[in-house]
Design a protein. Structure first.
Ligand code: SR1
Ligand code: MG
Length: 418
């Protein structure tokens, strides 16, 4: 057997031949199935295959970057890392993931639950919708997946084995190393920005020594700080929502890295959504409650993360670092609390720096966000983007100066009003 990329016809034959899916689909006959390709991400094929009894999603890696074409090859083994990340996350936080049905390493595909009526969070944020459970769900997901894959919880041998497994996700890490931390800061051929409106800010960024130093420092942390198994690409396009439910999808960039990278990616995308709001309404003031909700969601995600992490620290701490036995009497419990707060302080600084880097790359690098791209009036789009760029740069450069998460909301409001 060798790899083949499926299309809407051949994927039906493939799915029909997988006996474990028959009951779910209500048929084993390809002729009774319907398939459509719905992938709108940068890398993969995504099919929805429906039978008389139900539907599944088939996500298949292509041997190249879909966004760019076959001039940019990309290994199929990313499906293996995605599967391994999903199965590990499922042991930590199954409620926030799609159900997992089948993995085929040869065809680099995963068959999973068809989430309905779920929709991609980014699209809902653009439409001005709000989700009351989002911060609670995301903060808990982040704390549980990050804490439980770290040295604070896992046995040392297991953590080292997992680090070794995911260390081979080299090419996807290289995408992040280049596209997030490097290319936005020089005249890289694939960079894009709203021209000519953003030419000035882009040129300034390339001459901005402090921003470049900040980006290099965050890159170094990204490559060296192997704290936890990360999702690795936790933007608002990797989250699906309903009014009551939240699911996290697509961890193909998974590897052992700094906890603040996942949290910063999510928060940075909320701030991008915040600055994009004024591009989406004839009367921007109608978006005030939504804008404020985006900032509150960023604040609450961090609060829920840190509170849940603290609870896990008290209840589940068991790895090689800070074992419970070190803190048996009351004084030592104080020591454990001090250690926890020092650790979270460091995570927060990373969150701020990574959020900034993630914002900058989506404005002047190769891969942009629909929040901004869907603003048709280019002057208006550029105004939103320039403010977001200013915030991203501030977070990157001054990441040590923010006392708490509320300082980030204040900065966002101040820059928006300028
Ligand atoms: C070439 S891939 C561009 C981006 O898409 C993914 O979602 C990652 O964020 C990557 O950096
Ligand atoms: Mg993705």
């Amino acid at each position: 057997r060798s790899y083949r990329a499926f299309d809407v016809d051949s994927v039906k034959d493939y799915v029909a031949a997988q006996g474990e899916l028959t009951e779910r689909l209500g048929t084993a006959a390809a002729g009774e199935l319907r398939a459509r390709e719905v992938g709108d991400g940068n890398l993969n094929l995504v099919f929805i295959v429906e039978g008389p009894g139900g539907a599944v999603v088939v996500k298949q890696a292509l041997p190249y970057v879909r966004l760019v074409g076959d001039s940019w090859p990309l290994p199929l083994k990313r499906a293996y890392f995605e599967w391994n990340a999903l199965t590990r996350q499922a042991t930590h936080q199954p409620q926030r993931l799609p159900g997992l049905f089948h993995f085929d390493p040869v065809n680099a595909l995963i068959v999973m639950e068809y989430l309905t009526p779920h929709v991609i969070l980014r699209k809902e944020l653009i439409a001005g919708k709000r989700f009351g459970h989002l911060a609670e769900h995301m903060g808990t997901f982040l704390a549980e997946t990050l804490f439980r894959s770290s040295d604070f919880c896992l046995a040392a041998a297991k953590k080292k084995a997992d680090m070794a497994l995911f260390a081979d996700n080299v090419e996807l890490c290289a995408i992040t190393e280049n596209l997030v931390f490097t290319e936005p800061y020089f005249d890289a051929p694939l960079n894009r920005w709203t021209r000519p409106q953003l030419d000035g800010p882009v040129l300034s960024l390339r001459r901005d020594r402090a921003a470049k130093v900040g980006a290099q420092e965050m890159l170094y942390r990204f490559t060296t700080k192997s704290e936890a198994l990360l999702h690795g690409d936790l933007h608002t396009g990797s989250v699906m929502v309903t009014a009551t439910d939240t699911r996290v999808i697509d961890p193909e960039f998974a590897f052992y890295g700094p906890m603040g990278f996942d949290i910063g990616a999510f928060l940075g995308n909320l701030y991008l959504a915040y600055f994009a709001q004024e591009g989406h309404e004839a009367y921007p003031d109608q978006r005030v409650p939504h804008r404020e909700w985006l900032l509150e969601t960023a604040e609450s995600t961090w609060s829920v993360f840190s509170e849940t992490f603290a609870r896990l620290w008290r209840e589940e701490r068991g790895g090689i670092l800070y074992p419970r036995t070190l803190y048996e009497d009351a004084n030592d419990e104080t020591g454990a609390t001090i250690a926890l707060h020092r650790f979270l302080h460091g995570v927060f600084e990373d969150v701020v720096g990574f959020a900034g880097a993630k914002m900058v790359r989506r404005l002047v690098g190769l891969a942009h966000v629909e929040d901004m791209e869907s603003i048709e009036d280019l002057d208006r789009r550029a105004t939103c983007e320039a403010k977001a760029l200013l915030m991203g740069r501030e977070l990157l450069v001054n990441r040590t100066t923010f006392g708490d998460i509320y300082g980030l909301s204040c900065l966002a409001r101040a820059i928006r009003r300028e």
